[in-house]
Write a new protein. Structure first.
Lengths: 251, 290
């Protein structure tokens, strides 16, 4: 059963590969479009060089660091906004104005205020991850039925304890959805920001383009795809562990 | 228990053991009086007001077991939520131990019909919740509660993995682990099947007879109201007021067998008559004829 399932799950990946191979064979008129074989060769070449792995490590570290900071800031803020009408009225309108601005649009403004390229990339990833976590936390908190905080208060919990033991776990399934979305967006905006900077996988892709090493463009793209996929898978696994009462419900 | 009430009718103490028990309760300086004074609760704004409770007065002695019997929508839950501290009265006040109620408090434990166990905590974590928050868990007490409520072996289960009856027992255990002076119970057994309900009633009677606690128990079940109570308070249809107070002079300790006795039937008839007209009025209200 598990084996058959694996096969099903890899079907779309194989189809993707097949389409790519067919397109490069048929469209011989575009000789610069790299074929799967060329890309495999380029990947073997890149994998042998430590500079490639440095870019991979740099990008991964950037995503995880900014994602972690976004999580630590957005969850408490979301808890407060979700629970307190006054706090919500005071802060939420400003956040709603900032939210539609694409993270990458901050690049020039951040350059003017003298941030280093590395810090700009970090900040942009932070922004990309911050809003989905915040909004899902708020939604999760507002979805917690008032009976539970009431019960906690009647059992003697303080406001803080009610937040920590009742509101937060009650909102966790929604927060977790936000985290998974945020992780995806973090990788998307990482590459966008790195295209404009001088290091990381985004830079690797851009550099391959300007140097005419077209197979490396695809190597970089696939690396981002695989890393993003792996990050989401990791998060899913952690989520299942953090929300045992739901996995018990599904079992 | 009813010796606390100066206005009660005299009754026969046929059970010596029970009489002795009552004396010991009377001597203990238990706190847990509830004084409802001219309580009025109005929902909604001008033009669209709903008077749920209108000038209700009720005094409950410490360690007394009072059931509130009323038709649906008569405001009995509103009264309870005012005592719990979830709602502020529009007029009048609720005094507990002569102090006005200001928000929820662990000395006033609450149980509802639909269980409010935290779905994200195991049964053990739920039962320990109150003491845990004060960093003061009495392990032997928790263990004996699990034993008493028949929850042993389910410590690590999540609430949704338990039957309705077990969930209510877990909720009762959580309440008792917190050692409240007053237990506020809003139709806690009405969602259970007849057999489970009877077992829960006996459990509750055991628990109450062992400890010094005041119980305010809301129900729309006449038999349940009499079986459990020292006094049955009959409420009118909305806006809720006290219509009638019936002293239940049945011996303690009680078991569910008592429902077949003549005296029980007599009390039941009286309560049924008292509530009948109110139930009719409540039904008319629900159908929008009033």
């Amino acid at each position: 059963m598990a084996y058959a399932r694996r096969l099903e799950q890899s079907a779309s990946l194989l189809a993707l590969l097949a389409i790519w191979a067919v397109v490069t064979m048929l469209v011989g008129a575009i000789p610069s479009l790299p074929s799967p074989v060329e890309v495999v060769v380029a990947f073997a070449d890149a994998a042998a060089r430590s500079s490639f792995w440095q870019e991979v490590g740099r990008s991964t570290f950037r995503v995880y660091l900014s994602f972690a900071i976004a999580t630590v800031v957005a969850i408490p803020l979301g808890l407060l906004i979700g629970r307190s009408e006054i706090f919500s009225d005071l802060t939420f309108p400003a956040l709603e104005v900032l939210r539609p601005i694409p993270p990458i649009a901050w690049y020039p403004a951040l350059t003017i205020i003298l941030l280093t390229p590395a810090n700009i990339v970090r900040f942009i990833i932070f922004l990309a991850a911050f809003f989905p976590i915040l909004l899902n936390t708020i939604e999760g908190v507002r979805g917690v039925e008032e009976e539970y905080p009431q019960a906690a208060r009647s059992l003697g919990a303080t406001q803080f304890q009610t937040m920590r033991h009742v509101v937060l776990p009650g909102a966790l399934p929604s927060i977790y959805t936000g985290l998974v979305n945020a992780m995806g967006l973090a990788w998307v905006s990482l590459v966008a920001a790195e295209l404009l900077s001088s290091s990381g996988l985004g830079y690797f892709i851009w550099n391959a383009f300007t140097a005419g090493e077209y197979p490396n463009i695809v190597v970089g793209m696939i690396a981002v795809g695989v890393l993003g996929y792996g990050s989401s898978a990791l998060l899913r696994r952690l989520g299942a562990r953090a929300i045992p009462w739901l996995s018990a419900a599904n079992a | 228990m009813s010796e606390h009430n100066t206005d009660t009718t005299t009754r026969s103490d046929t059970d010596e053991q029970s009489a002795e028990q009552r004396r010991s309760w009377t001597e203990s300086s238990g706190s847990g009086t509830v004084n409802i004074q001219d309580l009025t609760k109005v929902y909604g704004d001008d033009g669209d007001e709903l008077v749920a409770v209108d000038g209700m007065d009720l005094h409950i002695e410490a360690e007394e077991f009072v059931t509130v019997l009323g038709p649906s929508g008569c405001g009995k839950s509103t009264v309870m939520e005012c005592i719990a501290g979830y709602l502020d009265p529009t007029e009048g006040e609720v005094l507990v131990n002569d102090e006005p109620v200001e928000g929820p408090d662990p000395s006033r434990g609450v149980v509802f019909q639909e269980n409010r166990l935290f779905p994200w905590k195991t049964i053990s974590e739920n039962v320990r919740f109150g003491p845990q928050m004060r960093d003061d868990v009495d392990e032997s007490r928790v263990a004996s509660l699990f034993d008493q409520m028949g929850l042993s072996g389910f410590e690590d289960a999540y609430p949704h993995e338990l039957s309705g009856g077990m969930q209510q027992r877990a909720e009762l255990a959580r309440l008792l682990a917190n050692d409240p002076d007053i237990m506020l119970m809003d139709e806690p057994f009405s969602g259970l099947d007849a057999m489970t309900k009877e077992l829960m009633q006996e459990k509750l009677l055991d628990v109450w007879e062992d400890d010094d606690r005041t119980v305010l128990f809301i129900t729309h079940d006449v038999e349940e109201a009499i079986l459990l109570a020292d006094r049955v308070v009959v409420m009118t249809a909305r806006p809720g007021q006290v219509k009638d107070v019936i002293d239940v002079d049945l011996e303690r300790p009680r078991s569910t067998d008592i429902v077949t006795t003549d005296r029980f039937n007599e009390l039941q008839r009286r309560a049924s008559e008292s509530i009948h007209d109110e139930a009719e009025r409540a039904m008319e209200q629900a159908e929008g004829r009033v």
